[in-house]
Write a protein that binds this ligand. Structure first.
Ligand code: SAM
Ligand code: SF4
Ligand code: SF4
Length: 378
């Protein structure tokens, strides 16, 4: 910590999700990071999701419905986005606090120009014991065929592709921009050939819309090495007008799959794994379910999220983010923060975390403003 005095930041108005306050001032007492920082519930900081753009070429009805994200919607200006250098600097600080996995997301991350350059920067970050940080990406797959090779060469290790069905008409309706299934499947093949296999395939299941695609998806990817994960439709943000009766609980999905396949449960790979995993008994592959609504996993949630404009969110359902960009860039009121000031600020924010929205979900949480998935990243 330098001796410079920091003036507490004035709360900023964030028009997209109510107000966003800076809970850290850059003035926090500094003790060097030890590679372990725990929040109020004893949860360490292990994963960081970074949203690199709030824009997307899809308008998935459960995420960016056209009625809201139309030509009048004000997306962030380029100057508001964190630069790759700013992202890499923050990533190094998060890693010094114990982050081992970084996932790039959005919006559609592959729409951010030269993303492979950011991946190369992040791939050079090492943990305290000198191991590589695990760099992953979630994409809608629409431009993956064109970019997979470049991403793999830059150091990307793993990808997750979102695909909500194999039936072309259903998929086009869900992405709401008439995008064909064929091109996403081709992107998956090209990515696998580029060395990004096994690939995780995320399918959000919405009652009355695509639940009939569950068995077909499991069958299609069986034997490919790729892992389909069925995700409960979540009440993230407010623009999708989520309703509980549109959620297909994971237990129902597992029951349905068990009618068609012989499945055995698989032990979690690591503590904090969000998917419950099942293996085909004949060894032909694995599937997973993510029960974000029916089965809260907040107790094991070690994930922080950095928004496109540099706000730190401690929960997917948070309404307020902590403004790291002002600390990074400085303002009329204060100079730009040093690395040790950023370390202290991030440690301070994480130690104060007590978020556990999914555990509390219900009437109590209903009136809270919530950030949109496309802004914070899934
Ligand atoms: N555009 C990329 C994509 O679709 O993969 C990355 C960003 S997207 C917000 C990340 C993930 O969030 C996707 O797998 C998407 O299906 C999922 N998602 C978005 N809205 C959701 C919701 N309301 N409930 C559950 N999952 C959702
Ligand atoms: Fe775009 Fe991904 Fe949201 Fe679909 S889920 S609208 S692809 S950000
Ligand atoms: Fe983590 Fe929040 Fe999801 Fe709970 S609701 S698992 S705290 S992101």
């Amino acid at each position: 910590m330098t001796g410079r005095a920091f003036i507490p930041l004035i709360p900023l108005l964030n028009t997209r999700v109510a107000s966003s306050r800076a809970y850290a001032t850059g003035n926090e007492p500094h003790t060097p990071p030890t590679g372990h920082v725990a929040d109020k519930l004893g949860r360490p900081l292990r994963d960081l999701r970074i949203s690199v753009t709030d824009r997307c070429n899809f308008r998935c009805t459960y995420c960016m419905p056209k009625e809201v994200f139309d030509s009048g919607y004000r997306f962030l200006r380029h100057a508001d986005l964190l630069s790759f250098e700013e992202i890499a600097r923050l990533a190094r600080i998060f890693v010094s606090h114990g982050v081992e996995k970084i996932r790039l997301t959005g919006g559609e991350p592959l729409l951010r120009k030269d993303l492979h350059k950011l991946i190369a920067m992040l791939a050079s970050v090492k943990t305290r014991d000198g191991t590589d940080v695990d760099i992953a990406l979630t994409t809608n797959g629409s431009v993956l065929a064109r970019k997979a090779q470049q991403l793999a060469e830059a150091g990307l290790k793993r990808i997750t592709v979102s695909l909500d069905g194999l039936d072309d008409a259903i998929f086009r309706r869900m992405n709401d921009v008439d995008f064909p299934v064929r091109d996403v499947l081709n992107g998956i093949d090209v990515a696998a050939a580029a060395g990004l296999a096994p690939i995780k395939i995320n399918m959000v299941v919405k009652r009355g819309v695509n639940e009939h695609e569950v068995v077909a998806m499991a069958r299609h990817f069986r034997g490919t090495g790729h892992i389909v994960r069925f995700i409960e439709y979540m009440d993230v943000g407010t623009s999708n007008r989520w309703r509980m009766d549109e959620v297909v609980p994971s237990a129902e999905i597992v029951q349905l799959l068990a009618h068609h396949f012989d499945l055995d449960p698989v032990e979690p790979n690591y503590s904090g794994e969000v998917a419950e995993r099942w293996r085909h008994r004949d060894g032909s592959g694995e599937i997973g379910v993510i029960s974000s609504v029916s089965h809260a996993f907040c107790r094991a949630c070690t994930r922080a999220r950095l928004s496109t404009e540099g706000k730190l969110y401690l929960c997917l359902f948070a309404g307020l983010g902590h403004d790291l960009r002002t600390l990074l860039r400085g303002s009329e009121l204060q100079p730009a923060a040093t690395d040790s000031q950023l370390e202290a600020a991030i440690g301070h924010i994480w130690r104060a975390r007590d978020d556990r929205y999914s555990e509390l979900r219900g009437p109590l949480t209903a009136p809270m403003p919530k950030v949109e998935m496309s802004y914070i990243g899934g």
